[in-house]
Structures are given as structure tokens and as C-alpha cells.
Design a protein around this ligand. Sequence first.
Ligand code: GLP
Length: 261
Amino acid sequence: MEVIVRPTNPEASWLAARLIAAAIRAKPHLVLGLATGRTMERLYAQLVQLHREEGLDFSLVRTFNLDEYIGLPATHPGSYRYYMNRHLFDHVNLDKRNTFLPDGMAGDVEAECERYERRIAEVGGIDLQLLGIGRAGHIGFNEPLSALRSRTRSKALTPMTVAENRGEFSKPEEMPRRAITMGVGTILEARQLLLLVTGETKAEILAKAVEGPITSMVSASAIQLHPSVHVICDAEAAARLNGREYYDWIFRNEPEWAPYR
Ligand code: GLP
């Protein structure tokens, strides 16, 4: 794992955007795992900017989102399909037929979860999975006690997650209490992980995820098991990290980071 701390939120997401852009340029058929949430809004705006200004080409990219609320149609502004259209898909040259999210309206949720796993396998697995972290330590909607080997399934959301996300709904009472999410095991199968974390409200949970013990109580701590992880955060989110000096030294000195310094 490498932890890169950038001074501000825009600089942290800009680095993440450039890493994603580099992955797309290196492999135009990239299978890109996507995340939602407030943290990602700036990152998606920056990817749109890279598309417009530098011609970043999404035409062959396939995308798989981590999760979707159960019971919301794609047309509902609270759904993650709507979020993705609004922040990214409508503004770049992605073929929407190559963009996948779990179907939150599926009649048979279990079958939908199996189908989603099959789809990921059919394209050869996810190359690069983008992740955010919730204050409950979740990646995707893998709430505390999610098995470290869990697969795509439906999960009940914790009261903390409901409190955190209900503000995103114009009618907060419409926020669903369940979601379909890739499992921790599904996420760990991606070839590379990129966790983007910003803001002081995430400082405590980020320190637990990165430097604490691996535990299903903090699903994000499972990324410690993965052989290829970049964690990118701003100074506020990094406030509780003990190893900050070492992480900064790596960024200043390792040749792979030279183009990004
Ligand atoms: C949401 C999503 C996660 C996201 C997290 C953080 O509930 N399911 O994938 O990473 O919570 O969201 P935010 O960036 O708004 O803090």
C-alpha cells in the first residue's frame, strides 16, 4: 500500500484523476470500478475536464459501480445510476451500454447479485477499482461485520450511514434502508485499488483503515490484504495517520511519483 497525502482536497482528487487517466491511456479497454458519494464529485468533474481539454478517451472503457440502493429506479435523483449520469456518464464519451450498476429494482435481488458477479467475470475482472470510505468504515456499502470474503449481495445500512447520506435526498424519508453492494471479496479481486479520502470527518476512520488491525468491523481495513493499493488523501483526512512522515518521503523520493509531484 502507498499513502499519498496532498495538501488540499482539489489536489488530492486531481492526483486520483490523473492516475485514472494514466490507466485509461495505458489500456483503452480498461475495466474501471467506480464509486459514488460527495468525495467523488470533484474527481468526476476533473475527469470530465481531462476528457474535454486533453481528449481523454472513454470510448472503450467498461465501468462497474460498487453499489446501488434497493427500490430506486434509475430516474430517481437519489439513485446511483442517476448520480453517475449526472457527474460523469453524460459528459464523456463512455458508451452507456458499457456502464454497469447493480439493478436496485430487480425483482429477484439474489439473482441480480449473481448476475452482477458474472458480468464482472465475463469482462475479465476489474482492472482498477476506485473506492471512497464511509464514516462507518465501509467500502461500497459493506457495513461493519461484512465478511472479508463477501460477494455482491444486499446489505442493511447502518443508522450512521443513513444519517450520513439522507441529506443527499430532497425528501430524506425516501432514502432506502438497503442496498446491493459488491462484497469485500469482490473488491479485493480488482487488480488495483485506489482509495480517495478527503476532509477532517474521515481522519479517524482513515487511520483505522490504513494503520489499524484488519477487521470486519472496518471493511476498508481489508485493503491491507491487497497487493496493489494507492490511498490518496488530503491533509485534513491524514490528520490522524502516524506514518505521515514516511508516506511523504515516499512521494518525494520514489521515481514512479516524479510525474505527479
Ligand atoms: C457512500 C457510498 C460509498 C462512499 C461513501 C462515502 O455511502 N456507498 O461508496 O465511498 O459512502 O461517501 P462520501 O464521499 O459522501 O463521504
